[in-house]
Design a protein around this ligand. Structure first.
Ligand SMILES: Cc1cc2nc3c(=O)[nH]c(=O)nc-3n(C[C@H](O)[C@H](O)[C@H](O)COP(=O)(O)OP(=O)(O)OC[C@H]3O[C@@H](n4cnc5c(N)ncnc54)[C@H](O)[C@@H]3O)c2cc1C
Length: 273
């Protein structure tokens, strides 16, 4: 296998919390290839790269120069070709994220020039509305879709984001999503938190898990009709527990998982682990 080289730099880093960050990565002397919003690529660092202080200690590795690589959904618009943006959660016991969280602006890392994935609106007929459900950083692919399609008013379908996190401060991109809601009549944003007792100030929004939010009928109330498999596609991204739970509930209600163009369905799935 050809040796993987550090071929990109951190353009900027925004810490949403100490364990959640927005990382913009720019290629060094190569162009970002065209991609479809919702797709992912790969980031990497060698084992010898330092780990952030907040992370767990690690056993020594046999080859410190070997590269650790992991998949990350692109959060930036596909019209943005200066950098790719990623929304990343720290896994303290993990191999790569503690090293990504030690990076600062200007630091070098590996960015794969191969961008891939089927978790895109290309798989959805034009006349269908779409509900995007995400836990945590599972929001990333939807941001890319919204930033690309809403900004250019390329879509007239109704879109809704249901975003679940533990705390209100873990709801990254909240301000941008609320601004999109004000700017685009067809778009609605519904956040939900699962640990309201940790909040310093009173949280007046929805409480519980994403499944609870869906079952509350927030989309039906906003759209004035119950979304169903004939008129609506559902995207599920993030925590496998949420994805499996929603998948089983939706399939019991007559929806089908989209497997490929030959085996189409209305539920699109991206599991992060
Ligand atoms: C298609 C795809 C897209 C992805 N996009 C993103 C993204 O946009 N942002 C992002 O943060 N991650 C994303 N991931 C997850 C990412 O690839 C890594 O698995 C994650 O960052 C952990 O890497 P690590 O090396 O630190 O942990 P590892 O050493 O690989 O440990 C992995 C273990 O940590 C746990 N774990 C992994 N991810 C999480 C998490 N987010 N929260 C809690 N526990 C976790 C699981 O138990 C998993 O088995 C994506 C994964 C896939 C398959």
């Amino acid at each position: 296998m050809a040796e993987i080289e550090l071929n990109a730099r951190v353009l900027s880093r925004t810490d949403v919390t100490p364990a959640l960050m927005i990382l913009r990565v720019t290629p060094e002397n190569w162009a970002i290839p065209a991609f479809e919003p919702g797709q992912f690529t790969v980031l990497g660092l060698p084992w010898e790269a330092p780990r952030v202080v907040l992370s767990d200690e690690e056993e020594p590795v046999p080859d410190p120069k070997a590269m650790i690589v992991r998949a990350y959904s692109i959060a930036s618009s596909s019209r943005q070709n200066e950098y790719l943006e990623f929304y990343i959660a720290l896994v303290p016991s993990g191999a790569l994220t503690p090293r990504l969280f030690a990076l600062q602006s200007g630091d070098r890392l590996y960015l794969s020039p191969r961008i891939t994935g089927m978790f895109t609106l290309k798989e959805v007929p034009e006349d269908q509305d779409v509900v995007f459900l995400a836990t945590g950083t599972g929001l990333a692919p939807y941001l890319s879709m919204l930033r690309t399609f809403l900004a250019d008013s390329v879509t007239s379908r109704r879109l809704a984001v249901l975003h679940g996190a533990r705390h209100s401060w873990d709801l990254g991109y909240q301000a941008e999503l609320r601004a999109m809601e004000r700017l685009y009549a067809g778009f609605r944003y519904f956040p939900v938190i699962s640990r309201p007792t940790d909040e310093g100030c009173t949280w007046s929004g929805a409480v519980g898990y994403l499944q609870d939010l869906w079952n509350m009928g927030v989309v039906a109330d906003a759209w004035g009709r119950d979304p169903g498999p004939r008129d609506t596609h559902i995207f599920l991204c993030g925590n496998p527990g949420m994805v499996e739970g929603m998948l089983s509930q939706l399939t019991d209600s007559g929806w089908e998982q989209h497997r490929s163009r030959r085996r189409p369905g209305q539920i699109h799935v991206e599991k992060y682990w």
